[in-house]
Design a protein around this ligand. Structure first.
Ligand code: ATP
Length: 311
């Protein structure tokens, strides 16, 4: 668990993070969003003390981060940044083994960990471990960057726009890979992003920053339904609200008995995708399948109700 209490940072007389308090429970993903210069990166870097706070405290599992040496803290907390930050002259395997080496893991254990992580990120170890970063695509480099951050099995992972440079398709894939890995390892993640779609897709909670202040800290559903003020509402995008709400839930939770004509939709598809399919195919009801077998139907009426402003 990460407890941030009254955290502030002053640079050259300017307060860039102003008295921010929030708690990230173990195994949760906190997505930090906000305009450029709102203090997101500074907030993130105060958690592993790459930036020393001017005031306030950060507790990790109840222990004040001031009680650790900075380097000690950074070995325990994974850190992944945009553009991956890989060492260009070290192989993929050496890059991933950076922190394990600092922690003096023996060679066999390092090798086993490198291969385990490459496999987890769907990169064949035999093919990738001895390559240099420049011999990888941007998306592959990004995955190696995240694998490196996870190498020593940190309980906490800090991510600063990790997928910012990726194209939308690879980005979607990288996000779903991260979610799958996070669920498997139970890692607590704080992720800075410019992209509200990414925050909604990944965040168990979203922290909205503006000019160093934390404006709202709530679940995606709460933020979409009840933005704390006009600024947060604008960030969500008023025209997007119904669709963002639909993107939070899956068809399986709203299947009703009955038949429908035409191509079916998978029960794990988002309600947003189901609604789009209704509009696109001109149908007001879709058959729903689970593992290929018909389990019922979903209606456009029901989807419309679910897209409406919650009371
Ligand atoms: N080392 C530093 N020295 C002085 N000012 C700094 C320093 N680091 C950041 N700042 C200032 O602090 C403010 C917040 O910066 P920060 O990088 O935290 O914002 P951000 O929300 O992450 O922005 P972006 O989305 O553009 O990356 C900015 O005005 C920035 O210029």
């Amino acid at each position: 668990m990460i407890e941030i209490n009254g955290l502030s940072k002053v640079f050259d007389g300017a307060t860039v993070v102003d008295n921010v308090s929030l708690t990230v429970a173990s195994g949760e993903i906190c997505a930090v969003v906000g305009t450029s210069g709102s203090g997101k990166t500074t907030l993130l870097r105060m958690i592993n003390r790459l930036v020393e706070p001017s005031g306030g405290s950060v507790l990790i599992d109840g222990r004040n981060t001031r009680d650790f040496a900075g380097y000690e803290l950074r070995r325990q907390i994974g850190y992944a940044i945009q553009g991956n930050g890989l060492f260009p002259h070290r192989t993929v395997g050496q890059n991933i083994a950076t922190v394990p080496r600092l922690l003096k893991w023996d060679r066999a254990r390092r090798r086993a960990r490198v291969d385990e992580l490459l496999t987890l990120f769907q990169l064949d170890p035999a093919q990738y471990r001895n390559r240099l970063p420049r011999e990888l695509s941007g998306g592959e480099q990004q995955r190696v960057g995240v694998a490196r951050a996870l190498a020593a099995g940190p309980k906490i992972l800090l991510m600063d726009e990790p997928f910012g440079a990726l194209d939308p398709i690879i980005r979607g894939k990288a996000q779903s890979d991260l979610l799958a890995i996070q669920r498997r390892l139970g890692t607590t993640i704080v992720l800075v992003t410019h992209d509200m779609n990414e925050a909604i897709a990944l965040g168990s909670r979203i922290a909205v920053m503006d000019k160093g202040h934390l404006l709202q800290y709530a679940t995606p559903a709460e933020i979409i339904a009840h933005p704390a003020n006009d600024f947060v509402g604008e960030l969500i995008g008023s025209g997007e609200r119904p669709f963002r709400l639909l993107s939070l839930d899956i068809v399986l939770n709203h299947v009703e008995p009955g038949d429908a004509a035409g191509e079916s939709i998978d029960c794990y598809a988002s309600l947003r995708d189901a609604y789009a399919e209704c509009l696109w195919s001109g149908r007001d009801v879709l058959p729903v399948t689970q593992n290929g077998a018909l389990i019922g139907r979903v209606t456009q009426d029901r989807l419309s109700q679910l897209a409406a402003r919650p009371l």
